[in-house]
Design a protein around this ligand. Structure first.
Ligand SMILES: [Fe+2]
Length: 159
């Protein structure tokens, strides 16, 4: 006897999620920036996080490789030193693979932006030598270590 497709799908589909992001900590990234992870996709090597940067903060010059980045600005203003545009609340940003840029936050308000990232970020020195690399695993490692160190319950974000 055959069952209808919706019933069949319910047997196999993955669980849905509704995460309370207030249960996930802001993890220090640099002196004036923090990230809050929302999803680690270990199949595709992609991840989603909120990024918060205080005025005067910088995300050092880096290259994206192995995938694209998309971002949606929620609060504050930010820009790349290499570009003319300024992202404000409501600005959607697309960064193609290979993009190299330096994020900076001007003004007097904290910037909060939702970033959806693939592949890796390669931080570059002035001679374009790779000095640090970040990917879904290094972000997951930072999250788990921060939770352990601060006695914060881990939310399973690997879905
Ligand atoms: Fe970037």
């Amino acid at each position: 006897m055959s069952i209808d497709l919706n019933t069949f799908t319910e047997q196999f589909q993955l669980d849905d999620k509704a995460l309370d992001s207030t249960e996930i900590p802001w993890i220090p990234q640099t002196e004036r920036s923090w990230f809050k992870p929302l999803r680690f996709d270990l199949t595709n090597g992609s991840w989603i996080n909120l990024l918060k940067v205080k005025p005067g903060g910088v995300v050092d010059r880096h290259r994206h490789t192995g995938g694209k980045v998309m971002a949606y600005t929620l609060q504050g203003q930010w820009r790349y030193l290499e570009r003319d545009w300024v992202a404000k609340p409501g600005t959607f940003v697309f960064e193609p693979p290979g993009d190299i840029h330096t994020l900076t936050v001007d003004g007097d308000e904290d910037m909060i932006t939702l970033f959806m990232l693939e592949g890796s970020l390669q931080y570059l020195d002035d001679n374009d030598k790779i000095i640090q690399q970040v990917d879904v695993f290094s972000k997951l490692k930072l999250y788990l270590e921060y939770c352990e160190k601060n006695n914060i319950p881990v939310v399973d974000l690997t879905f």
